[in-house]
Design a binder for this molecule. Structure first.
Ligand code: ZN
Length: 148
């Protein structure tokens, strides 16, 4: 049996209390916004991409605990990764939140396995990830570089 205490596991609570990489990234060269109107979640993801690698990342936004904790965890997971690696991590995460299956080798992401029992919450959990992938791949996400 699943209930909300399963959903809000320790990792989620911790990221909610102390969000990592939160705020606007001053030297960002990419940004994308995510919006989940059914829950009222909003999330912006800022990236500084160097070559093909995510050198720096931050998120900013507001919404439910799941959306904010997931965005916070996402930044810690894909910082330093290439776009390809980030996409592979999202595939793993998406599998976890839709199936409830939690592979042991990616334990922090597995904290969100309980979300699968609440289908409406899957959009909350993936909001930050979608924004990050859009920031990585969309030409519209590219920001003009300020100092040159
Ligand atoms: Zn939400």
């Amino acid at each position: 049996m699943s209930d909300l205490t399963d959903l809000y596991q320790q990792v989620i609570l911790d990221h909610n209390r102390r969000p990592r990489n939160r705020g606007v990234l001053p030297k960002a060269n990419r940004v994308a916004h995510g919006d989940n109107p059914t829950c009222g979640d909003q999330c912006s993801v800022y990236l500084r991409v160097e070559g093909d690698r995510i050198a720096e990342i931050s998120f900013d936004g507001q919404g439910c605990a799941i959306s904010q904790a997931s965005a916070s965890l996402m930044t810690t997971q894909i910082k330093g990764k290439t776009a390809l690696e980030a996409r592979a991590l999202f595939e793993s995460f998406h599998h976890i939140v839709t199936s409830g299956e939690a592979p042991e080798d990616i334990s922090d992401l597995a904290a969100f396995a309980g979300v699968h029992a609440f289908p409406a919450r899957i959009k909350c959990a993936t909001l930050g990830w979608h924004a990050a992938l859009e920031a990585l791949s969309s030409p519209a996400a590219v920001l003009p570089t300020s100092s040159s």
